[in-house]
Design a protein around this ligand. Structure first.
Ligand code: NAD
Ligand code: MG
Length: 300
């Protein structure tokens, strides 16, 4: 499924295959990307760096798979050292990313743990500072999505875990990282089309994604005078483990992304440049913004 080179002009409707019945599959949370069919494209073969993040130190959550993995690979190929956060069960995916970062000539520091635990969040940031010397980029990409059709069946435990993973961890990580960030640093959070067009079966998840947008706009105002920028990437339907571990009903995966104007699901590789842009000096006058990368769906 690999795209040949990120700069090759292509018809975006045909750049990647459409979902098919082959895409219907299930794994237990959090899932392994290497066991998906087809395996998502995170830019392993296509992302070509041009030195846009030379010397930067980045922390990426959810760096083992999907969109976080695509961002981690891109950051490294642009010249950044990367601290990777992921769950211990995802070691097999994470080790592939460590190898790719090292092949790009950059340092990779693996710090597995549970983001629902505030002490892990603090430890992740202190490990980053200890091992890399500073933090210039914090990309909060990790997320939890479990569909539930009826509010009566949405447990307090799930509601809490979704908010802990998607909102509290972002808060804890920003709080811990900002004291270490010099002017020119960048925080990038991850929202979703779900923030504006919520699916009825993603009540808890969609609500967190709206919170992430608002949190980021408020924080951007607070830290602007420190020379720190805060922005958001809001993907549309992207083929990642999140979708096959209970993020969507299995029966809809065969048509995943087909209702977007571009007519297909996105691949994680197509999100990477958005994170790189918001991390780099190229976006020096952009803060409090949400960059939507969603196949053309209407967003505010
Ligand atoms: P993914 O499954 O590859 O990534 C999610 C990652 O979150 C996991 O790899 C895991 O490492 C991490 N994670 C989850 N719970 C954790 C916990 N308690 N502690 C530590 N790490 C934890 O899926 P993805 O789609 O690449 O998701 C990345 C982000 O993109 C999420 O924030 C998601 O909400 C967002 N997003 C995805 C889509 C999509 O269609 N795939 C659309 C919009 C937004
Ligand atoms: Mg994963």
């Amino acid at each position: 499924m690999a795209n040949q080179d990120q700069y090759q002009t292509q018809d975006p409707t045909k750049q990647y295959p459409q979902a098919s019945s082959e895409w219907k599959q299930q794994q237990d949370e959090p899932g392994l990307q290497k066991e998906m069919t087809p395996v998502p494209d995170c830019g392993e073969q296509s992302y070509r760096g041009t030195g846009r993040l030379t010397g930067r130190k980045a922390v990426v959550t959810g760096a083992d798979s999907g969109i976080g993995r695509a961002a981690a690979i891109a950051f490294a190929r642009e010249g950044a050292d990367v601290v990777l956060s992921y769950l211990p069960e995802e070691e097999a995916d994470a080790q592939e990313v460590v190898k790719l970062i090292e092949e790009a000539g950059q340092k990779a520091v693996a710090v597995p743990g549970d983001l629902k635990d505030p002490s892990y969040c603090k430890q992740l940031i202190s490990q980053a500072v200890e091992q890399l010397g500073s933090i210039d980029i914090l990309a909060n990409v990790a997320g939890k999505q479990q569909y539930v059709e009826n509010i009566a069946d949405l447990s307090d435990e799930q509601f809490d875990a979704t908010f802990k993973t998607n909102v509290y961890a972002m808060f804890w990580l920003c709080k811990a990282a900002i004291p270490h960030m010099k002017p020119g640093s960048s925080i990038i959070n991850t929202s979703s089309i779900q923030a504006y067009s919520p699916s009825e079966i993603l009540l808890d998840y969609a609500t967190t994604k709206a919170a992430i947008n608002t949190f980021s706009k408020a924080l951007a105002q607070q830290v602007g005078s420190k020379g720190i920028r805060v922005n958001v990437v809001a993907p549309g339907p992207v083929w990642t483990p999140l979708q096959v571990v209970g993020g969507q009903p299995e029966e809809v995966l065969g048509e995943f992304g087909s209702s977007t104007p571009l007519g297909r699901a996105g691949q994680p590789a197509e999100m990477a440049s958005a994170y790189v842009y918001l991390a780099s000096q190229e976006s020096s006058y952009v803060s409090g913004e949400t960059l939507n990368a969603n196949g053309g769906m209407v967003s505010p």
